[in-house]
Design a protein around this ligand. Structure first.
Ligand SMILES: C[S@@+](CC[C@H](N)C(=O)[O-])C[C@H]1O[C@@H](n2cnc3c(N)ncnc32)[C@H](O)[C@@H]1O
Length: 300
């Protein structure tokens, strides 16, 4: 376990039951590592919006009574915890993006490397699939999303090609349209990575989730409690960095305002980050190459 995460898992409040939240349970790698550090009377709340991840969390809960499994979005963390009768917690971890099982299963429709339905929903109970969005959205909206969420320089050409090729139903069809829409001889011509990332982020409302998830998670922290966030690309990391900077800075007040330093409340303290995965971590998990970890602590 990364030392920054180990410190995070040992954050303690002396007279309270220690409660941690893994708000992106996935297959439970972080949860299992946290459980290894937590005392027998601690609690771990495992949240994921993916039913398959929640099924794994439920299995873990059946063999470890410290674990409670919850289906939900981390933007709803405050109400999920309130439903469990919890007011504040010592730590929250957000490990953003898709899990390896989501990417690797063709039937989930996240990858252009294997053919599957254009689904891309992290939460199988959500209504909006990638096919529904791609087949119904205006061309201008598709273009804006590809540019903003995928940083795709050929966003307008690709959006036009998508609209001309509708209805699209499979990942191969989308990958083929993207590939044909890019100019001949473009390096990485067959690379549909940016389009797939953008569509996935739109279908799952990922940036809005992150904004609400950061606010909600920080607001649930007890004094000295910590929020650890692992992001995988610059759009996410920018949001996390700004959020932590804003929490850790004194508010800018008009110069002559008669306020003592002791009266200025700074709610957060930056603890770590950006930290990259160690070489042994990237050897075990190559996707960790682009991961950045940032940690903030409640200070007031
Ligand atoms: C990178 S994986 C986490 C992997 C996990 N740390 C592990 O060790 O297996 C991200 C997980 O977060 C979930 N997820 C993404 N956004 C979410 C959100 N807004 N609310 C709840 N879960 C979310 C995904 O379904 C996925 O299972």
């Amino acid at each position: 376990m990364n030392p920054a995460l180990r410190d995070f898992s040992t954050t303690r409040a002396s007279n309270q039951q220690v409660v941690f939240v893994d708000a992106t349970f996935g297959r439970g790698g972080h949860s299992r590592a946290l459980l290894g550090e937590l005392s027998p009377d601690a609690r771990l709340i495992a949240i994921d919006r993916d039913m398959e991840a929640v099924a794994v969390a439920q299995e873990l809960a059946s063999v470890d009574s410290r674990v409670t499994a919850c289906h939900g979005r981390f933007s709803d963390i405050s109400s999920i915890l309130a439903d469990l009768g919890l007011v504040s917690v010592q730590g929250v971890i957000l490990d953003l993006g898709v899990s390896s099982p989501q990417l690797n299963e063709a039937r989930r429709g996240f990858s252009f490397l294997s053919d599957g339905p254009l689904d891309m929903r992290m939460d199988q109970t959500a209504e909006l699939t990638a096919a529904k969005w791609l087949n119904e959205a205006e061309e201008s909206e598709i273009s804006t999303v590809l540019k903003r969420l995928g940083e795709e320089r050929y966003a307008r050409r690709i959006a036009k090609a998508i609209v001309a090729a509708r209805p699209l139903n499979t990942t191969s069809e989308l990958a083929e349209v993207v590939s044909r829409a890019q100019p001949r001889g473009t390096p990485g011509k067959h690379d549909a990575t940016r389009t797939f990332q953008a569509v996935r982020m739109r279908v799952n409302d990922e940036l809005e989730e992150l904004e609400q998830g950061l606010l909600g998670s920080f607001s649930c922290l007890a004094m000295n409690g910590r929020l650890a966030v692992i992001s995988f690309h610059s759009l996410e990391d920018r949001l996390v960095k700004r959020f932590i900077r804003k929490l850790s800075q004194a508010p800018s007040l008009p110069r002559r305002l008669p306020v003592r330093n002791s009266e200025i409340v700074v709610p957060g303290r930056k603890v770590a980050g950006p930290l990259r995965a160690t070489s042994s971590e990237t050897r075990d998990n190559p996707r960790a190459r682009s991961a950045l970890l940032r940690v903030v602590e409640r200070a007031a």
